[in-house]
Design a protein around this ligand. Structure first.
Ligand code: FES
Length: 137
């Protein structure tokens, strides 16, 4: 039964996902494929003044993928790039009140996809890389 597998928060984020969609003028974006089921996760970020100003996602995944993407995008909004890079898939699962073990590596890809987008952004924005280093010192 769904209620036994998933926390109330997972179900709530699945039923009312935050930040669904794309950002047409995104500063950073990335896509990852679930290594387990092959479903896809897309992340779009707007970056302003060294912070994640906006974050959106699209996923062709299951309810757990929708809930973890919704939570992860909420968690990185307003964060510095260093803070957003420090967010882990485990922290996202924890913030959701946990995920079933079989869903952890299958559906919980949002933080990893956010890292991929930010790393690509830092590659092409050396000034942001320097700022990011200073903030982590
Ligand atoms: Fe594919 Fe969850 S079953 S993302």
């Amino acid at each position: 039964m769904v209620q036994n597998l998933y926390s109330e928060l997972v179900i709530e984020h699945f039923q009312h996902p935050r930040n669904v969609g794309t950002i047409s003028d995104a500063d950073a974006s990335a896509m990852m494929e679930s290594p387990v089921c092959g479903d896809l996760m897309e992340i779009y970020l707007k970056i302003q003044g060294g912070r994640v100003e906006d974050a959106k996602f699209r996923t062709f995944g299951c309810g757990a993928a929708i809930a973890s993407s919704s939570m992860a995008t909420e968690m990185v909004k307003g964060k510095t790039l260093a803070e957003a890079l420090a967010l882990t898939d485990e922290q996202v699962a924890e913030a959701l009140g946990g995920l079933p073990p079989q869903k952890m590596h299958c559906s919980n890809l949002a933080a990893s996809t956010i890292h991929r987008a930010l790393e690509a952004y830092l590659e092409t924005h050396p000034e942001a890389r320097e700022q990011n280093k200073e903030r982590t010192r």
